[in-house]
Design a protein around this ligand. Structure first.
Ligand code: AMP
Length: 196
């Protein structure tokens, strides 16, 4: 079983227009606080990001924000976090998020969220880390993305075992359970016996 003391959440810097997504963000923030899971995230006070951080803090949870210097503007950055880490650039930020977190969850978002999700899963399939990655598919938001991943498997670009590395659930509770139970795949994508 994986100990999930710190989970990094990738999600929209916008609120979007589906109230179910805001509800899911609020629920996630409450569950983290209740389970004493520290939220690690991009340190913004806006959008879904801000909703999760605020809910977690309002419920006495711990929140670590990691933000690159150039994004550290007072209209964006949350200054009431348990800890705020400033990095030189986006790459250093991503590396720190990976190093200090025990797992990762993506909620609905835009380009930034997808970029973060796919970089962290790419690092997993390359064997650069062994931590669970969950996708919270709120109200069908990620249905079409999951269809695309199935196409990648069918067309031979994504091995089934790598597709299965991405844990998917529609509820926070199921997702956390899958992440706790996650067993690191034995062989990373590029180190298969037939390729070496
Ligand atoms: P997006 O999904 O395009 O809204 O981007 C959200 C993701 O990118 C978050 O998980 C953040 O880590 C990062 N990000 C995007 N915009 C900001 C911002 N203004 N402040 C901090 N992080 C941001």
């Amino acid at each position: 079983m994986n100990n999930l003391n710190k989970i990094c959440v990738f999600c929209g810097s916008s609120d979007g227009n589906d109230s179910k997504i805001t509800e899911a963000a609020i629920h996630l923030g409450k569950v983290f606080a209740k389970k004493d899971i520290t939220l690690v995230y991009g340190a913004a006070k806006i959008g879904v990001m801000g909703t999760i951080a605020k809910t977690s803090l309002d419920n006495n949870g711990k929140v670590i924000g990691i933000i690159p210097q150039f994004l550290k503007k007072k209209e964006v950055v949350h200054l009431g976090l348990t800890q705020l880490i400033t990095t030189q650039n986006m790459h250093e930020r991503k590396l720190q998020m990976q190093e200090i977190s025990d797992g990762f969850i993506a909620l609905p978002g835009g380009f930034g969220t997808l970029e973060e999700l796919f970089e962290i899963i790419t690092w997993l399939q390359l064997g650069l880390h062994t931590k669970p990655i969950g996708l919270l598919n709120v109200n069908g938001f990620y249905d079409n993305l999951l269809k695309l991943l199935e196409t990648m498997v069918r067309k031979g670009f994504l091995p089934m075992e790598n597709y299965n590395m991405l844990l998917v659930a529609t509820s926070v509770e199921n997702l956390l359970q899958k992440m706790e139970d996650f067993k690191t795949p034995r062989v990373p994508k590029w180190l298969k016996p037939e390729r070496t």
